[in-house]
Design a protein around this ligand. Structure first.
Ligand code: SF4
Length: 366
């Protein structure tokens, strides 16, 4: 069985190469060719001798996620539907038993001077946020580090001709990254490594529903992305209803973890707040949010809810333009940095989980 190399760290590739009886530095050369030069064919790894090409062809594989469908938005965004194979084997183990088909999505969004790539860390999700279509899938399975980093590589390759100098990556697709911590962080280290994809930590953002132990663990990492927290409510009863995870990690505990989070000098936290018309978008909500986040070095992104799939059955409505503006101006008056973000690619169902739900044919709850 060939060994899958995508997702391996430099150290793992060095050790694997040494286990073949090759010099360990060959592992570092494969690492550079794979992630920095984005060469996925051993024959194209010109830094390796020809005899090693042949050996790698027999004994190793580089498997990028396959693109089952590609949707092009009028605004330039491209959405990829990526069916994944069986759960990759854990080191030394055999393949996990087959589960439901795992399909994830990645989105490429070009803009002036940069592209932003949104990737998934799990197929489906167990967190059950009530406004999110991915939640209707439940957790199908965790992604491996290779499957996570592979989404970025697929999006970069497919848009090779039009890449801008800067790449942003947001871990905001399907799944809760902090509930697939090890694979997510292995992928993030490859994204941020100057010898691999060499993205800046300022340009990689992990978004969490508020898994407090995960935030505490992330706080101790030497190499880490920026942190965004989905707040989405201004008090516990409202948040319990929208995000049941709040019963486990209520707002006070979440904000305490945020207060203790060691921000780098250039960094601030992001709080994401999906505005649901008539649910969490009142002026009182805005005043409470300002009080909650007021003492933190943080900004708030207001995201007007995108109904996405027609007849999704979700009991929510987009906020009115007046409610969005009132919410925004209350936060701004209280000196909280605030931005209104509209979802890109609405014509291609670019909100989290929408394509996978459509493709899986799952019934969404009414
Ligand atoms: S919003 Fe994110 S954490 Fe919540 S159910 Fe959807 S994918 Fe999971």
């Amino acid at each position: 069985m060939p060994v899958e190399l995508l997702g391996k760290s430099q150290q793992e590739l060095r050790e694997w190469m040494a286990s073949l009886g090759e010099p360990a530095y060959r592992g570092a050369q494969v690492y550079h060719a794979l992630y920095a030069e984005r060469r996925f064919d051993f024959a194209a790894m010109t830094n390796l001798p020809a005899a090693l090409h042949e050996r790698l062809k027999r004994q190793a594989a580089i498997t990028l996620p396959a693109v089952a469908r590609k949707y092009q938005s009028a605004d330039g965004a491209v959405r990829y539907l990526l069916p994944l194979g069986p759960q990759p084997a854990a080191a030394g183990g055999s393949e996990a038993p087959p589960t439901r088909r795992a399909t994830v999505e990645a989105v490429f969004m070009p803009s002036e001077g940069r592209q932003t790539i949104c990737i998934s860390t799990q197929a489906g999700c167990a967190v059950d946020c009530k406004y999110c279509l991915t939640a209707t899938l439940g957790l199908v399975r965790n992604l491996s580090a290779g499957e996570i980093v592979g989404q970025v590589l697929v999006a970069l390759e497919d848009n090779r001709e039009r890449l801008a100098p800067r790449t942003n990556v947001v871990l905001m697709g399907q799944g809760e990254p902090l509930l697939n911590y090890d694979a997510t962080m292995a992928a993030v280290r490859i994204l941020l490594d100057p010898n691999a994809l060499a993205l800046s930590p300022r340009h990689v953002t992990l978004s969490t529903s508020g898994i407090v132990p995960g935030i505490e663990r992330l706080a101790k990492e030497k190499v880490r992305p920026k942190l965004a927290v989905s707040l989405n409510a201004s008090n516990d009863s409202e948040r319990d209803a929208l995000m049941p995870i709040n019963r486990k990690y209520p707002i006070a505990a979440l904000l305490e973890a945020c207060r203790r989070y060691p921000l780098r000098p250039w960094e601030r936290l992001t709080f994401e707040y999906v505005l649901l018309g008539g649910v969490n978008d009142s002026a009182d909500d805005a005043r409470r949010v300002a009080r909650l986040v007021g003492g933190l070095r943080a900004k708030v992104n207001l995201i007007p809810w995108n109904p996405g799939v027609p007849q999704s059955g979700m009991p929510y409505a987009p906020p009115t333009p007046a409610a969005i503006e009132e919410f925004r101006s209350i936060l701004a008056e209280k000196q909280v940095p605030v931005f209104v973000r509209y979802s890109r690619g609405q014509d291609i169902f670019a909100a989290c989980g929408q394509l996978a739900v459509i493709e899986s044919g799952i019934e969404t709850h009414a």
